[in-house]
Ligand binder design. Sequence first.
Ligand code: SAM
Length: 493
Amino acid sequence: MKKESVGVVETKYYNLSEELELESGKRLKDVTIAYETYGTLNKQKSNAILVCHPLSGDAHAAGWHEGDRKPGWWDNIIGPGKCLDTDRYFIICSNVIGGCQGSTGPSSINPETGKPYALKFPIITIKDMVKAQKKLIDHLGIKQLFSVVGGSMGGMQVLQWCVSYPDMVRSAIAIATTAYSSPQQIAFNEVGRRAIISDPNWNDGNYYNGEFPDNGLALARMIGHITYLSNESMYEKFGRRLQDKEEYSFEFSTDFEVESYLHYQGNTFTKRFDANSYLYITKAIDYFDLTENGTLSLSDAFKDVKARVLVISVDSDWLYTPEESREIVMALTANDVEVSYCQIKSSYGHDAFLLEAGQLNYIINGFFSETLVVDVMTINPATVTENSSIEEAAELMLDEKVTHLPVVSEDDKILGIVTAWDISKAVALKYNKLDEIMTRDVITTLPQDSIESAARKMRKHNISSLPVVNDQGRVLGLITTDHLSTLIAKDKY
Ligand code: SAM
């Protein structure tokens, strides 16, 4: 399929009408959220996908800003024909609070002083970022997100969404991320922060009217950037090649290409990022811990998750390792959450989640196009009412050549189920009334559930059928193990 661009886009702004209460207990006034949207929200508002950005990302995930030379940071997977297909989905991406690309952060004006917040800005957490995003989603009138997708810090937000607002997330894709920051990740962040704080221009965060702490911020970015690459990709890209020279200089000037590259990355970063935002956002990453500092197991943390989840890791990622992704998969599985796991094969290291567009498009397309119950169920199956006799139920089974009959009320609402197995029981134990043999505690499924989740339910409860009901419990269909046996319904990991 042809992959296209969403074209020229504009950032929009939403001002929260109320103060935002933060995890720290502090309150943030006059919060603005910068966001972009691509594609069209359908009438039912059921096709929205929230994209969550990584540390240095922003709301501009796809398309082009007028006059720009580069598209949005995830343009390779967002757009017509791409896996985040704007012909089908309504994509939303917002800048996190604490950021510096339009959402309220330390460089914003503090309404109490009329000056930039600087360090008067409250400490924010990933949970706070997600809480602010939820206000935007509410404002857009969206009750449930078709999916929440993100990598790295974006993946943390994805997991936080699943935990904080389980009913609002239908599916989730967490890429190259973790459920809690490790000591090594915290250590790298702290070195970056120290680089900024040690810059004389930092001036306790009050630099907005003078020289900016560009050296410190560039150094922080250089350290961060090393963690986003792999030794292999550095060999591929630079090897030990020298920069614009034939021999070692025997001085402390730049000798190697890799040094020059890091300086370039550091310097360009200072042109688009605020040093104080770097401090605040890395702190939010450090505090991220779904186990609440070890007081919960990760499976307990995920106990309310309702979304279907896809976890993707990168084999060469040593910052957010595949082991950390597998731990997420195990903890979700322990809660019977439907979870798929894929590993990107790449030498790029952590950065692969931004660069390996081919693999990402393939994996995410597969996840979104999974077969749903509605695609395979028997529509309007034969049913019996509660006051039918056992003989009537048995005759109906023979006539319709079925072995499962949902028992319904007059308005077709599910009351129970009776199966050929129950009829045998009636014959063996000489029961006369349907009421004596039907199962009232009936397990059902929704039409939009995936067949994997239906198969799981059947396995878990040792049953061979599930009535398919709508939100009001009205029977719409029936799915049985016969339907599944014609399809490949096995786990992906
Ligand atoms: N595995 C076989 C089957 O599903 O029919 C036999 C064992 S299973 C324990 C049999 C019982 O499961 C029957 O009493 C039947 O009413 C019940 N049953 C079947 N589908 C059900 C469902 N969706 N929810 C609850 N009970 C169900």
